[in-house]
Write a protein that binds this ligand. Structure first.
Ligand code: NDP
Length: 329
């Protein structure tokens, strides 16, 4: 009898009605790839919530094992870069969207998609960061590349108590930025201050219809929310500033005007973690190793087990998750 392992499978019936179930798979059920990994830790990202609940068109192959990121140990490999026993991380590349993903005891993937687990980080630590945290790092790196160092002025983080937001607050404050955290959960103010936020503002300040240009309040931003929030963040960005747009928790639209771009030279920096080139990923994970305090990482993450994934997926799309959720498999 081949070894079996637990997996979450999302399926769709003839009427395109989606369902989710826990099942047992064997390695023969996995999709093509040249590296097989024992998944030791994974996480529940917003995108995983959309995939499991069907609230967004994330799954594009049926049935599918969801889960867009994992950390674990290589079990077998025919890829020149990877050998049995290597510790690896995977983020994105369509895993958990078109390729069987992290919510299974084992995953088989293309070795080109993997990066090494940074020294001094456990699979659990790496997944406390997860795709949300790695995206926060990509956003910070984009602001730096654009020339927004801490001395240029404050940086606003929207959706601050969520996964991307929490890690962005922790990294930016460690780098010396004056961080303004925007949250819809006033009760999380102490949590955000503990992560390093210098000021807390209410989500409502940014979510209503705004003006083409507002008072200049920050030199930069990391926006996980999109829609009117991003439009307002842009309208309040100071001359020559930049905003890294990485999320759509508040909506996919962008009801903005060109005023901040053409009258203040503000830049909108697009952040994609899924297809980001390998060199950028390696740099981001290296920077996470140096610029994210592991004590803060503990403070911003909670741990669940395989059986809690579906419930956490429902919670994250309802905005009920604080920080990051790590799944110890
Ligand atoms: P979380 O759910 O953990 O965080 C999102 C946060 O946004 C919430 O905690 C909440 O923060 C805020 N929020 C939720 N709903 C609304 C709303 N209707 N209006 C305004 N604010 C809202 O998700 P993640 O941090 O994992 O992901 C954040 C976003 O980034 C998602 O849209 C996700 O798809 C995207 N993302 C994009 C990636 C990329 O490659 N570009 C990679 C990873 C994530 P608070 O309670 O503090 O207000």
């Amino acid at each position: 009898m081949p070894d079996t392992f637990k997996a979450i499978l999302v399926s769709r019936d003839e009427d395109k009605k989606q369902s989710v179930a826990v099942t047992e798979l064997t390695e023969a059920d996995l999709m093509e790839g040249d590296v097989t990994v024992a998944v030791e830790a994974t996480t529940v990202n917003y995108k995983d919530g959309l995939a499991i609940t069907g609230k967004g068109p994330v799954v594009r192959r049926w049935p599918l094992v969801p889960g867009i990121d994992f950390a674990g140990t290589v079990l077998s490999s025919s890829h020149p870069d990877w050998h049995e026993g290597d510790k690896v991380i995977l983020n994105g590349w369509g895993v958990g969207e078109t390729h069987y993903g992290a919510y299974a005891g084992r995953a088989r993937v293309n070795g080109d998609w993997l990066v090494p687990l940074p020294d001094r980080m456990s699979p659990h630590d790496a997944m406390a960061v997860g795709t949300a945290g790695y995206t926060a790092m990509l956003s910070v790196m984009a602001l730096e590349r654009h020339g927004i160092p801490p001395r240029r002025g404050p940086v606003v983080v929207t959706g601050a108590a969520g996964g991307v937001g929490s890690v962005a607050v922790a990294i930016l404050s460690k780098l010396g930025y004056h961080v303004i955290a925007s949250t819809g959960r006033g009760a999380e103010s102490a949590y955000l201050t503990g992560l390093g936020a210098a000021e807390i503002i209410s989500r409502e300040e940014l979510s209503g219809p705004g003006k083409p240009l507002g008072k200049e309040r920050w030199a930069g931003g990391v926006d996980a929310v999109g829609s009117t929030t991003l439009a307002n963040v842009l309208s309040m960005t100071s001359y020559g500033g930049a905003v890294a747009a990485c999320g759509l928790a508040g909506g996919m639209d962008l009801p903005a005007t060109v005023a901040p771009f053409i009258l203040r030279g503000v830049s909108l920096l697009g952040i994609d973690s899924v297809m980001a080139p390998k060199a950028l990923r390696l740099e981001a994970w290296k920077r996470i190793g140096t610029d994210l305090d592991l004590g803060k990482l503990k403070a911003l993450s909670t741990t669940i087990h395989f059986d809690g994934i579906v419930e956490a997926a429902r919670d994250i799309v309802e905005g009920r998750i604080r920080g990051r959720v790590v799944v110890d498999m």
